[in-house]
Design a protein around this ligand. Structure first.
Ligand SMILES: [Zn+2]
Length: 263
């Protein structure tokens, strides 16, 4: 009996591990000895305004891979609604040559991202978060976007285009809107990556993700199978549980771990 349970658990771990390597690209990060932090490591720096009063979202894109205006407008709006940045949130676009890499590992994204960062993530009173839009795909081609450390994200437009079905419902543009906000949700620590929510809303088989399909943090948002789960309308908002987690982290009622900065 006990042996049966153990074998079953073993199979379960094997089944789950490819999912863990999904849109949270932390492999190699924890042992790297760097101070780049895990996704969620700058959550309090974003939610608090005692030191960092403004924020810049740096977007470095390969020629032909510039994000949709709808994506970046929506991202700015969502961040303004949850982060405390009285001096504003700006978006800085830079066309960037990332070379001819076709397949990206998390460590490649980290290396290229940090080479291109215009500032340290915490510079004076400004917090800098970065997203790169390179050509090519993640090594796991089912991944549309990935957060690789506390301030760095990559979005794979080639994979997003491939995820669009022939009916264009949802369109690649709508998929990009949701994936971009989803990855920034990971930089905000959603769901349960740097805290434990008082609400039961983390998907038990997809760590770091919401079990609510109306939340932008729903696990399938990151996945190339997204069109199998949604017909045209995709979530682009954090749900009530996500927002309550951020409120609790901001006011200190939910303890927050793994922070590069604390108020
Ligand atoms: Zn995700």
């Amino acid at each position: 009996m006990e042996k049966g349970v153990r074998i079953c658990f073993g199979i379960l771990v094997v089944l789950i591990s490819p999912i863990l390597s999904g849109c949270l690209g932390t492999d190699g990060l924890l042992n790297s000895g760097s101070n780049r932090g895990i996704p969620g490591g700058l959550t309090l720096a974003c939610l608090d305004d005692s030191t960092y009063t403004s924020m810049v979202i740096e977007i470095d894109y390969e020629l032909g891979y510039q994000p949709e205006t709808t994506s970046t407008d929506m991202l700015k709006e969502r961040l303004e609604s949850v982060c405390a940045k009285p001096k504003g949130i700006e978006i800085l676009f830079t066309e960037t040559d990332f070379g001819d890499r076709e397949v990206w590992q998390a460590s490649d994204i980290r290396t290229s991202g940090w080479e291109e960062k215009s500032h340290d993530p915490r510079d004076d009173s400004t917090l800098y978060w970065q997203v790169i839009f390179p050509s090519g795909t993640y090594h796991d081609t089912s991944v549309l976007g990935v957060a690789v450390d506390a301030s760095t994200i990559s979005i794979f437009k080639d994979s997003i285009d491939d995820a669009e079905n022939v009916f264009r419902r949802p369109s690649a543009e709508k998929i990009e809107n949701s994936v971009l906000i989803h990855e920034f949700g990971h930089l905000l620590g959603l769901v349960n990556t740097v805290y434990t929510s008082p609400a039961d809303h983390e998907d038990s088989s997809k760590p770091g993700h919401s079990s609510n399909e109306d939340s932008v943090m729903y696990w399938a948002i990151e996945s190339s199978s997204i069109a199998n789960f949604f017909d045209n309308e995709l979530p682009t908002e954090f749900d009530v549980d996500d927002k309550n987690d951020l409120i609790g982290l901001a006011d200190g009622s939910i303890p927050c771990t793994d922070q590069l900065w604390t108020p």
